[in-house]
Write a protein of this length. Structure first.
Length: 742
């Protein structure tokens, strides 16, 4: 008969084993789902990438009702995306490009590997995405093309091996928003798969234009995308994607603030109201095509990515921003781009891993803007024509040496050549189209309006070499540390918006120079609580030289110049924690300190005493100033809770909080145009089947009804007592959303 002592040990051993099994099972239940990204042109875990990256899945984008890229900023600290009077702004860590048709964006956007550098491309609707990645800091090697501040890496959803479909709809009554989408995906034959995605969205608007008795901005969007994947053999697959869409609007999300112009009837100061008689519209059509070929060469992969993108738009903007028709700005733009990239990727798990490749891109932009200006005693058409052609070649390589299982270093290098030709032609005409005031073939000067007819042209040839090095150390199986030193380059170009022949130094008012960046980043990516939590930290410092900036001339135009130096530095934290089987918390926090240095050519805001005046343009010293759209602190927190209801239903609530410190909304850093700190609250409540076949949800956004200005500036010609206009975010709204999957 066994002794009691042996029985005690036996029972203790069984209890210990039971506790271990229970704990192990619980750890498996609470383990976070791995986030896979392609930030380094390979599919790898987010926790293995030595870059500060935020990633959002397609499901999160759909559930949150995100229908445009600008909505991402509510979920990604240190990212700012706003619409301005004549373009769009994208900033990461306080760095971005201002509004000018001659600019490409400092934050590069890549959709399935194709570079979209024009601000207009960022306004296009997007949906049915697999993933969005926000890469912070210069991305000068694998992305390369002008991504000096960071990159947005978008991956569209691909065809599935089994047939599936989804019908989704959203209705928001307050602003008349309606959205319907359809996705069909699955095999078409033994080795061919297809995916079709369609979306229709329209909205009445949320700014009350009391002069026209209508809500604005009214929008109407359609997009259709088809994707085919052909598995030719075990070694070869081909993906073809074609997309076509329109996004049209009437009116603008715009209000007027401050004093009125002489003769103007009134200015409405109430938020979400406007008084403007002129009709405004923007009609946009675009097409995108992408062909991706992957061919296995043994254990290596050869990838060819070909892309063609084109768009055209016509629009008319009320740029006096008031009731009278003083300055109405009609414009149209045509854009065409072709790109080709070849990459050779080595297998993983070797002592030395590498990616090498070559890149070519050509594009053509033509822009026309005949602006009638009607003032007492002066009636003139500012007839602007602009065009540029660009050819870019690059070769690049990135190699990783794995010293051992825990220590590795990566070296990267990209060589780029870019050739550009551009012109800007400005004529002054009478309202009937004839030349204004004389025999000059371009018309006469109008100094009070800062108009000086000209016909300028130029060529630019640039070369750049952008190296990068980083070191990764797996301090423990759950803690990775990294340090990186990288460089960035953004090509120069031709100013599309100046109204002058020459700058103050006598040089033609056409070209601006390239800008450069040097960045240092230290970071750590940690897996905690046996895989139930993650915490990532990045400390960064980036020094910029010869920043490309647009300076308002105080009348009707903007002059592009190169600022001397700027430094942005700070810290970013983000993490996830699966608290229980039904509750997951996600959060991010960023602190950014941006400062201009040695920059005495800054714009002066209305009423500011200039440090100097050259050629009639006032300049103010921006030494020590921060940048627009750059809150010192920004943060986001999300709580996702799921609970079963019976055997077949589940209830889910997702609470999203986003915080922004105050920031300058105006490009001239006017203290009268500062957006105060705010916290935005979004909430989604849904009930659906446990297998995910359907759900029905209430989606509430900006539930605390924050009044948020995204961009502001002086009203042109408003004189010493300035008026202001401001673009505003959507106020509180609640929508009903339904999805059915089959």
């Amino acid at each position: 008969m066994p002794s009691n002592k042996n029985g005690f040990y036996r029972r203790a051993l069984v209890a210990a084993l039971g506790s271990f099994i229970t704990a192990t099972s619980q750890a498996e239940i609470l383990a976070l789902e791995e986030v896979v990204v392609t930030a380094q042109k390979r599919a790898e875990s987010l926790q293995d990438v030595p870059i500060s990256v935020s990633a959002m899945t397609g499901d999160k984008l759909s559930e949150a009702g995100i229908s445009r890229i600008a909505d991402l900023q509510a979920y990604v600290p240190n990212l700012s995306m706003t619409e301005a009077a004549l373009g769009s702004n994208v900033y990461i860590r306080g760095m971005g490009s201002q509004v000018n048709q001659g600019f490409e964006q400092s934050v590069g956007t890549y959709v399935d590997g194709i570079y979209y550098g024009r601000a207009r491309q960022l306004r296009a609707p997007f949906f049915d995405l697999e993933r969005v990645e926000v890469l912070r800091g210069p991305q000068g090697i694998l992305f390369g093309k002008n991504s000096i501040a960071g990159a947005l890496n978008l991956t569209t959803a691909k065809p599935t091996d089994e047939f599936e479909g989804e019908i989704a709809a959203l209705y928001e009554p307050k602003h008349g928003e309606k959205e319907v989408s359809l996705v069909l995906s699955g095999p078409l034959s033994n080795n061919l798969k297809g995916r079709l995605a369609l979306r229709q969205r329209e909205m009445d608007g949320f700014v009350d234009n009391v002069a026209r008795d209508e809500d604005q901005q009214q929008t109407d969007e359609q997009v259709i995308r088809g994707t085919l994947v052909w598995d030719v053999s075990n070694d070869l697959d081909i993906t073809l994607k074609a997309e076509s869409g329109t996004f049209d609007s009437d009116g603008r999300n715009l209000i007027s603030l401050g004093e009125a112009l002489p003769g103007r009837i009134s200015v409405v100061n109430e938020f979400q109201k406007r008084e403007a008689d002129d009709k405004e519209f923007s009609d946009n059509d675009y097409e995108n095509y992408t062909l991706t070929v992957n061919y296995s060469l043994g254990e290596h992969t050869l990838t060819a990515v070909s892309g063609y993108s084109t768009y055209e738009f016509e629009e008319s903007v009320d740029t006096d921003f008031g009731r009278l028709s003083l300055v109405q700005t009609p414009s149209e733009e045509d854009f065409e781009q072709f790109s080709q990239e070849l990459r050779l990727t080595s297998p993983v798990g070797e002592t030395f891993e590498y990616i090498v490749g070559a890149f070519y891109q050509t594009n053509d932009v033509s822009f026309a803007e005949p602006v009638p200006v009607t003032l007492p005693g002066v009636q003139v058409v500012l007839d602007r024509q602009y065009g540029t052609e660009s050819d870019t070649w690059a070769v690049f390589g990135q190699g990783t040496w794995n010293f051992n299982e825990s220590l590795r270093t990566t070296l990267g290098l990209r060589y780029t050549e870019e050739d550009k030709e551009g012109f800007r032609r400005l004529a002054t005409r009478n309202l009937d189209g004839s030349l204004f005031g004389g025999l000059d073939p371009l018309g006469a000067d109008v100094p009070p309006l800062g108009l000086f007819p000209h016909d300028l042209a130029g060529k630019r040839d640039e070369e750049s070499l952008t190296p990068m090095v980083n070191v990764q150390w797996d301090a423990t199986p759950d803690v990775m540390l990294y340090a990186s030193l990288s460089t960035g380059f953004k090509a120069g170009g031709f100013d599309a918006r100046s109204n002058r022949r020459t700058l103050a130094d006598g040089s033609p008012a056409l070209e601006f120079e390239e800008e450069e960046a040097l960045a240092v980043e230290l970071g750590s990516k940690m897996t905690l609580l046996d895989g139930a939590a993650e915490l990532n930290i990045a400390l960064f410092r980036t020094e910029y030289e010869d920043l490309q900036v647009s300076v308002f001339d105080g009348i009707l135009g903007f002059d592009v110049a190169n600022a001397a130096e700027a430094i942005t530095q700070g810290v970013e934290l983000d993490g996830r924690w699966r608290v229980s089987e039904g509750l997951t918390l996600t959060g991010a926090l960023a602190y950014t300190d941006f400062e201009f240095q040695n920059y005495d050519d800054g714009a002066c805001y209305a009423g500011q005493t200039p440090d100097r005046v050259e050629g009639g343009v006032p300049f103010c010293d921006w030494e020590g100033n921060t940048n627009q759209f750059t809150p010192q602190w920004s943060a986001s927190v999300s709580a996702d809770y799921v609970v079963a209801i019976g055997d077949n239903l589940e209830f889910r609530s997702v609470l999203d909080l986003s915080y922004s410190d105050d920031y300058y909304a105006a490009p001239d850093l006017d203290p009268n145009a500062v957006q105060d700190a705010y916290t935005k609250v979004n909430l989604r409540l849904s009930i659906g089947s446990s297998d995910g076949a359907w759900d029905l949800a209430l989606v509430g956004k900006n539930l605390t009804d924050e009044e948020i200005v995204t961009f502001a500036n002086d009203v042109p010609l408003s004189g010493a007592t300035p008026s202001y206009f401001a673009f505003v975010e959507r106020p509180r709204h609640v929508a009903i959303q339904g999805r059915y999957r089959f």
